[in-house]
Write a protein that binds this ligand. Sequence first.
Ligand SMILES: CC(C)(COP(=O)(O)OP(=O)(O)OC[C@H]1O[C@@H](n2cnc3c(N)ncnc32)[C@H](O)[C@@H]1OP(=O)(O)O)[C@@H](O)C(=O)NCCC(=O)NCCS
Length: 181
Amino acid sequence: MNIRTERLLLRPLDLSDAPEIQRLAGDRDVASTTRDIPHPYEDGAAETWINSCRGKTAAGELVIFAITLQKDGSFLGAIGLDLDANRAEAELSYWVGKPFWNQGYATEAAKAVLRHGLVETGLDRVYAAHFSRNPASGRVMQKAGMLHEGFLKGHTEKWGKFEDLELYGVMRERFLGGSSG
Ligand SMILES: CC(C)(COP(=O)(O)OP(=O)(O)OC[C@H]1O[C@@H](n2cnc3c(N)ncnc32)[C@H](O)[C@@H]1OP(=O)(O)O)[C@@H](O)C(=O)NCCC(=O)NCCS
């Protein structure tokens, strides 16, 4: 399915996105603050990732979108919801290619995907985490309406270092304008 926002078209990933994924996610500065993007980003890795996303989507475990610009179709990045086994909660994650940073795109996409998950899909809660050394992602979570819920010291190993994590979450009632968390 597709989601349109003011400037973006969020659409399913396509195998033809692989070269742009390899180019943009292949930037060390994009990989460095994610849990899972490898570096270097080898030939074939994007195709493998797209196919694994398709399998998880078919199994009802993942909702994922390519972030593209409406005006010219440019591929900017990706955003997804990993559903918990109970299918009532999901983890939000995203990345945007470096040439497109600081133009509000991640925030615009995150707001739309939160709405999709919490309102259209009926999830009870969406949560997310970012490395403490990546405050830009914290801003995205805050601007999208998520609450800072906690901090985990040295919780995730990335490239041989233990990273501190900031935890965010939002429940459906709060997202819809209530106050219950
Ligand atoms: C994190 C990321 C998704 C942000 O994407 P983006 O499209 O640039 O985000 P937005 O433009 O919507 O918002 C960025 C915000 O961070 C702020 N910001 C940028 N660099 C910052 C820094 N070093 N310190 C504090 N805030 C910073 C921007 O000013 C902006 O906030 P503002 O609107 O209040 O001014 C992007 O940098 C990225 O993909 N990084 C690599 C992958 C990654 O970290 N993914 C998230 C993993 S949790």
